[in-house]
Design a protein around this ligand. Structure first.
Ligand SMILES: Nc1nc2c(ncn2[C@@H]2O[C@H](COP(=O)(O)OP(=O)(O)OP(=O)(O)O)[C@@H](O)[C@H]2O)c(=O)[nH]1
Length: 432
């Protein structure tokens, strides 16, 4: 800033004629953004510039014939540590330090680098030049950077930065925890080290989206940890830009969602399978029956539903306990499953009730054959702990389309047939 000379470069050398070189010096002093102050050995103010006045917010009248020490009060009221300021300034004058450097922190958050140098002018005049550089913005930027670094390091997520050639340039502690590589091991490698080959195309697609200015949020995929360990991750990818807005890198924030995925799979499993036997449950059976009925209708073939209820299962439960009962149910399930085709379904409705869906039969006699096979398989002795057990089953058969044309009527009809089998003496089947 260059300001009117008389006001801005105040000199006790006023008696001296201003010559050309003095004007030039004046211009230099006023054009610098630094606050400048020159004092003599006794602390008398010889000259100073406008940035100096602005920095200390000193009214000009205070400066008339002032000594440095006199305006210390004005300085001190603005500083965070006035004692340290007074002490260091006294040391500088007292020992006439040739040079010194420190940082002044203001109560309002500003910060200045203070530098002072003792100089000998012509003759015996010793003066001291003080310069003050405003470093508030730099300090704030540094503090912001430090906060950012602390946040990045404390994040549970992996925060990875890579260059435009997919080379990893930054790797935080979260990434170390999730993927198992130390920053020193992986920095400088391609991000593809974390991505299974079959997902490279997917990654390329994301990169081209991001390079064309988009951001890809919470993309769920599977990456590799150390030793090619599969890790389900949700990845947010965005561009890293320089101050001119040019893309200079890519940042990827990856969250480990393995546990969430596992519980999702578990919930899906429980929604469709019986946890004791691993067989499809009523809901999955209903889906499969719906599809099978649609196919049977479309291609005009028959299907069969077999309602299987174990005989006197309650006796086993009551006499040998629930645990043995559970083990028996598992073996029963496995015996039925192993006797059926892949395309058929055996499901557990609950308790000792099972439904077999034969999704395509040529004649009702096919269903009767399967019922006989199942009864035979289930009546084989069971060796459980020290017990040898025998078990019968009663089976009711319904046939699409003769016994019913939808899921519930087919199930109802098979249930009724099963009760008929029970009524006829158990361990047998009854069909339409
Ligand atoms: N161990 C075990 N038992 C179960 C489970 N669910 C139901 N049960 C039992 O299975 C038995 C079913 O008995 P029922 O079908 O009513 O009677 P049953 O003894 O088989 O007699 P019938 O069917 O008339 O031959 C009951 O004792 C239930 O407590 C289970 O998950 N585990």
């Amino acid at each position: 800033m260059i300001a009117p000379s008389r006001n801005l470069l105040l000199c006790n050398k006023g008696k001296t004629e201003l010559n050309h070189s003095f004007s030039m010096l004046q211009a230099i002093v006023e054009s610098t953004p630094y606050g400048l102050l020159v004092t003599n050995k006794h602390g008398h103010l010889l000259c100073y510039n406008q940035p100096y006045m602005d920095m200390w917010r000193i009214p000009p009248e205070v400066m008339v014939n002032a000594r440095h020490q006199i305006i210390f009060g004005h300085y001190s009221s603005q500083l965070r540590d006035p004692q340290q300021f007074l002490h260091s300034t006294e040391v500088i004058y007292g020992t006439w330090l040739p040079e010194s450097f420190d940082i002044l922190e203001f109560l309002d958050g500003r910060a200045f680098e203070r530098h002072t140098k003792a100089t000998t002018l012509e003759g015996p005049n010793m003066v001291r030049v003080w310069s003050f550089k405003d470093i508030t913005e730099r300090r704030q930027a540094e503090a912001y950077k430090a906060q950012l670094a602390a946040m990045v390091e404390s994040s549970d997520d992996a925060i990875i930065v890579k260059d435009l050639n997919a080379i990893i340039t930054s790797w935080n502690a979260g990434a170390e925890r999730i993927f198992g590589y130390q920053a020193s091991e992986i920095t400088g490698s391609s991000i593809l080290a974390l991505i299974p080959p079959e997902r490279h195309e997917e990654e390329k697609g994301i990169m081209s989206l991001v390079k064309s200015g988009n951001r890809v949020d919470h993309f769920e995929t599977m990456w590799w940890g150390k030793g090619k360990k599969p890790i389900d991750v949700s990845v947010t990818t965005s561009a890293v830009k320089d101050s001119d807005g040019n893309i200079v890198g890519i940042s990827q924030i990856a969250r480990d969602i393995t546990k969430r995925k596992e519980s999702q799979k578990r919930i899906e499993y429980l929604a469709h399978y019986d946890p004791l036997t691993g067989l499809p449950n009523r809901a999955l059976l209903a889906d499969r029956m719906k599809t099978a009925i649609e196919n049977a209708k479309r291609y005009s073939f028959q299907l069969a539903v077999l309602f299987v209820d174990l005989d006197h299962f309650k006796l086993i439960n009551d006499s040998l306990g629930h645990e043995i009962g559970d083990k028996l149910l598992k073996i029963v399930a496995e015996r039925m499953r192993s006797r059926l085709r892949q395309t058929d379904t055996v499901s557990r409705l609950g308790g000792d009730e099972f439904i077999i869906l034969l999704s395509r039969i040529n004649a009702a006699s096919d269903a009767a054959c399967v019922a006989e096979k199942i009864i035979a398989a289930l009546s084989q002795p069971y060796h459980l702990e020290q017990h040898e057990l025998g078990l019968g089953a009663s089976i009711g058969i319904s046939i699409y389309p003769d016994s019913g044309k939808d899921t519930s009527s087919l199930l109802r009809s098979a249930d009724e047939a099963m009760y008929s089998a029970k009524g006829q003496g158990r361990n047998r089947y009854h069909g339409p």
